[in-house]
Each structure stands twice: as structure tokens, then as C-alpha cells.
Design a protein around this ligand. Structure first.
Ligand SMILES: Cc1cc2nc3c(=O)[nH]c(=O)nc-3n(C[C@H](O)[C@H](O)[C@H](O)COP(=O)(O)OP(=O)(O)OC[C@H]3O[C@@H](n4cnc5c(N)ncnc54)[C@H](O)[C@@H]3O)c2cc1C
Length: 487
């Protein structure tokens, strides 16, 4: 079926595209007002596949990892190279379509309905320069490929809790990982950004070539264009002393209070977090965890002395009986074992907040709101300790949100239609219970559900937003890129 043959009646269109398009405003934006011959013209300009509404393969092309959000763009271009991205952006601008981008679908912000969505998963180049200790990473690459390739040279990147996440999306939003307190955000280790802007131009953006755009794009996420590749610094690191310990839910108070006393005493070599997890009753899980509410301590020491690493973790090993877990030598390409995030797609609703302090009263408030004794439809309530290098601007300052906060809290629940009213209310309720200890701002990658641009803007200090908006006006005056974290 060609674009011009698409039915305009909502009923028949929803049969074609699924229930997510029943909203009339969405429907209006979905019905393209360009002739099918123009789509053929786009096809002739790119090497990768082009999918239009109604084409087989469109929904698979734009499928998300976080399946709580379904994308229904007017068109998708499966980019294979920077030239494809450039051609797709120019075509979209000429046809007055907004442009969205997706690599892995781990972090959709809202349905990119009616857009031209560029998917980058075919852009898989990873080039390691062991002498310079750098990597050039193309837009579709997930962290596990970089970690594996870098490990061959005794190097590591600034991966987060899951190496299934895309390098580019994660890094543009800051990128908080298990090396964070020692080495800062992933965005602090970016040397160059290859970026297609709304004028269709591919720019190599560095501190020297375009300092203001370089400042903005490292933290300002997808607002300035589509990144086709990043050049990043790697660290000379092969192993950590790291892992996770599980405690029974009944010991949540003992563990969380021990954690809040312990974590501030740690050097910057150590990055930690602690989470209350409500585990599903899945057969794959070991019996102590299956269907249970448990507390998971995550620990990563990246210093040089294993004896120190063990000495630092020791107080938490005795905070309560350990159900199971492992903290010991861990290769940098095995870092997923620290957080043990899910790999298969899930429907997730999430929301984060910064904390100025994690006092005994704050821990009590968290336990009252989300402890194991409370029936809440949340999968995870996590506290991560920040500070250290995460609090300091790197040598080339950037726009990363949330810098300077000592703690953050993050709640995650099932993003399923049956609980669409309940989960956000409960999740926001847990954060509200901690409001007294909160501070302004949020890590962009942990902002979660947003009501609109003002909530995104509030993640940054006021002066940062004004500066980001000035850069946005200069490089994207028509607002072509607004489907991500638009401010
Ligand atoms: C299981 C899991 C674990 C996570 N752990 C961490 C963590 O430890 N630390 C942390 O900081 N974050 C973490 N995150 C959040 C994650 O970093 C963000 O969701 C990030 O946006 C994912 O990027 P992606 O490309 O994989 O996802 P996608 O959904 O493909 O992209 C998300 C957004 O990133 C931007 N983007 C992606 N590619 C490009 C591009 N080429 N050019 C411009 N913009 C682009 C766009 O705004 C896009 O909407 C985690 C998320 C999940 C689901």
C-alpha cells in the first residue's frame, strides 16, 4: 500500500497501525501529506531501508526496549552511515517533519508520532586506538561492544549499569556508571562529536572547532541533532573489585541505615548504590530471590589495592546476613554483574530525583513509603551515591545535569496500561516522601516520565538552560529535534 492510499478513517488506520494511534491528534500527524513519489526519492538518497506508515517492518524497525512506549512515526530510515543521516534529516526538513532518533530504545521519552525517525542500529563501527587510549564509536553501538574491544588492549570505557544500553544516548545524557565517583560522567570523557544538524550538515564538533555546541551536546542529549559517532577517552583499567550482595527484605532497615552511614566514609575509588528490589516469581531466579522483596548493594572499587577494596566493603558484609552475591575481582567487560539489570525488553515507568542529604530520617521515610512491608507496585527503588568526580566539571566543562548532588533516588515500576494511573502515582508518592531532602535538578538519564519541556529544563540549573536554549536557537531554530528531552 502506498502512502497516498492510506485510509484516513481512524478505525481502519488503527487496525493497520495498532491501538497506540487511536488519539485523534496523533492520527492527524500520522497521515502524511507528501506523495509516495517523494518517499521513493528519499529511498534513492539513502543506502539503508526506508519504511513508511503501512509498510511491513515499520513497527519492528522502531520497536523500543522499554515497551511502555510505542513509536508511530510517519517514516523510519534505517541509517547505515552519516551520509544516510544527513540525507534523512534534509528530506525531513524539506517535508516539514520533525526528526526523532533511536539506537536501542532503552530511553524513549515519548511517542515520536508523525516524525521521521532515524534508527542507528546499523551503524556499528568501533575503532580503538590503543596508543591514544581512545575509541571512535558509531551511533548504533551498545556499550558491551566497546567494553569488549577496549578490554583487548587493557582499556575500559565509562559504561553504566547495563552494557546493553547505547553509548551515544547514554553519554549525551551524562552517563552515570560504576567508575563515576572516580572518573566522572561518561560525557566528561568525550573528545569529539560527529553531529548532523538541522541544516543537514555533518559537523565534527570539538572544544576547538565549536566550543559552545561542544559544551551543549555533552549533557543536552538529542536536542542539537543526530550524533553519528563519538570519539571518547578510554581508561587504562582491566579489572575492578566489584559486584553485588543481596540481603533479605526483612533486613532492609538494617542494610539501608548501614549504607547511609558507610557510603560517605568511602574514597572516590568506590562507587556504590543500594536498591530495594521486588523480584518477579520467575523460575530462572534462585529461590532466595524468586518472588521476594530484597535489598541489593552494588559495589565497585577501581583503585589498585584489593586489600583496600575488601577492607572498604567489609562493614556491609556484616550489616545483615547475605542471601547471596559476589564482590571480588571482576573484569571490566563483566561489569553488568554489578547491577544485574534485565536484558530482555520490559515496560518500565521511571522517575528520578536528587537528594542533598541521606539522613536517618530520609532512610526511614524511604522505608515507610517503599519498604518491604508496604504493598507498592514498584520493581526498584534505588539510591545511588554521587559526589567525587561526578561533582566536578571536567577540564572541558559541559552541560551535564545534576552535577554537584551527593545522592540520587530512582524509582521504577511496570509501565503497563492496567497500572497506568497507579504506578506513576505511587512512584511520585515515594519521591514526594523524600521531598524534604531533595535538591533542584536531576540526572537527565534518570529523569524518567516528563510532563513537558519545563520539567526537562528543571533538570538543569537556570543559567545552564538559558545557555542550552541559546545554542538550540542557533543550530535548530525551527525545532526539528524535539522528540527526546526537549527543553
Ligand atoms: C536497563 C537500563 C539501565 C540503565 N542504566 C543507566 C546507568 O547506569 N546510567 C545512566 O546514566 N543511564 C542509564 N540508563 C538510561 C540510559 O542511559 C538512557 O535511557 C539512554 O537515553 C539510552 O540510550 P539508548 O540510545 O540506548 O536509547 P534510545 O531509546 O535509543 O535513545 C534514547 C534517546 O537518546 C538520544 N539519542 C540516542 N541516539 C542518539 C543520537 N545518535 N544522536 C542524538 N541523540 C541520540 C535521543 O534523545 C533518544 O531519544 C539505563 C537505562 C536502562 C533501560
Amino acid at each position: 500500500m502506498s502512502l497516498t492510499e492510506l485510509p484516513r478513517e481512524p478505525e481502519s488506520l488503527s487496525l493497520l497501525l495498532g491501538p497506540a494511534v487511536l488519539d485523534m491528534a496523533v492520527l492527524d500527524s500520522l497521515v502524511p501529506d507528501f506523495p509516495a513519489s517523494d518517499v521513493d526519492d528519499l529511498r534513492s538518497r539513502v543506502h539503508g531501508p526506508v519504511f513508511a506508515a503501512g509498510d511491513d517492518g515499520l513497527s519492528a524497525e522502531v520497536a523500543t526496549w522499554n515497551v511502555a512506549i510505542t513509536h508511530t512515526p510517519a517514516l523510519a530510515v534505517g541509517a547505515t552511515c552519516a551520509a544516510d543521516v544527513s540525507a534523512a534529516v534534509s528530506w525531513a526538513v524539506a517535508h516539514r517533519l520533525g526528526v526523532a532518533v533511536q539506537a536501542t530504545g532503552h530511553g524513549p521519552v515519548r511517542n515520536a508520532a508523525g516524525s521521521l525517525m532515524v534508527t542507528t542500529r546499523r551503524m556499528q563501527g568501533v575503532f580503538i586506538d590503543p596508543e591514544a587510549r581512545t575509541a571512535r564509536v558509531e551511533a548504533g553501538v551498545k556499550w558491551h561492544r566497546v567494553m569488549a574491544a577496549a578490554a583487548e588492549f587493557g582499556l575500559a570505557g565509562m559504561c553504566g549499569s547495563s552494557s546493553d544500553v547505547g553509548v551515544v544516548g547514554y553519554t549525551l545524557g551524562g552517563g552515570l556508571g560504576s567508575l563515576g565517583r572516580k572518573h566522572g560522567f561518561a560525557a566528561d570523557h568525550v573528545l569529539a562529536v560527529e553531529l548532523v544538524t538541522a541544516d543537514g550538515r555533518l559537523r565534527r564538533v570539538t572544544a576547538d572547532s565549536e566550543p559552545e555546541l561542544f559544551w551543549a551536546v555533552r549533557g543536552g542529549k538529542g536536542n542539537f541533532g543526530i550524533v553519528t559517532a563519538l570519539e571518547i577517552e578510554l581508561l587504562p583499567l582491566t579489572t575492578l573489585y566489584a559486584g553485588g550482595l543481596f540481603f533479605a527484605g526483612v533486613d532492609a532497615a538494617a542494610v539501608l541505615h548501614a549504607y547511609r552511614r558507610w557510603a560517605p566514609s568511602l574514597p572516590e575509588d568506590v562507587t556504590t548504590s543500594v536498591a530495594i528490589l521486588r523480584m518477579p516469581p520467575m523460575d530462572e531466579l534462585p529461590p532466595p530471590l524468586r518472588g521476594q522483596t530484597v535489598v541489593h548493594l552494588r559495589y565497585a572499587y577501581s583503585g589498585i589495592d584489593e586489600a583496600d577494596a575488601e577492607r572498604f566493603i567489609a562493614p556491609m558484609r556484616t550489616a545483615a546476613p547475605v542471601l547471596l552475591g559476589f564482590v571480588g575481582p571482576l573484569r571490566t567487560d563483566e561489569m553488568d554483574a554489578i547491577h544485574m539489570d534485565p536484558v530482555d525488553p520490559v515496560p518500565a515507568w521511571e522517575k528520578g530525583m536528587l537528594l542533598a542529604d541521606l539522613t536517618a530520617e530520609a532512610v526511614d521515610a524511604l522505608l515507610d513509603a517503599a519498604g518491604p512491608q508496604v504493598e507498592v507496585p514498584l520493581i526498584m527503588v534505588e539510591v545511588r551515591q554521587l559526589g567525587g568526580a561526578l561533582a566536578r566539571q571536567p577540564q572541558e566543562p559541559n552541560a551535564v545535569a545534576g552535577r554537584g548532588a551527593p545522592w540520587m533516588v530512582f524509582v521504577l515500576g511496570p509501565g503497563v496500561p492496567e497500572l497506568a494511573q497507579v504506578v506513576p502515582a505511587v512512584g511520585r508518592g515515594v519521591l514526594a516522601a523524600l521531598q524534604r531532602w531533595s535538591m533542584p535538578g536531576c540526572l537527565l538519564n534518570h529523569l524518567g516520565d516528563v510532563s513537558g519541556p519545563e520539567e526537562v529544563a528543571a533538570a538543569y540549573p537556570r543559567a545552564t538552560v538559558e545557555r542550552l536554549r541559546a545554542v538550540k536557537r542557533a543550530v535548530d531554530p525551527a525545532g526539528v529535534f524535539t522528540f527526546g528531552h526537549a527543553f
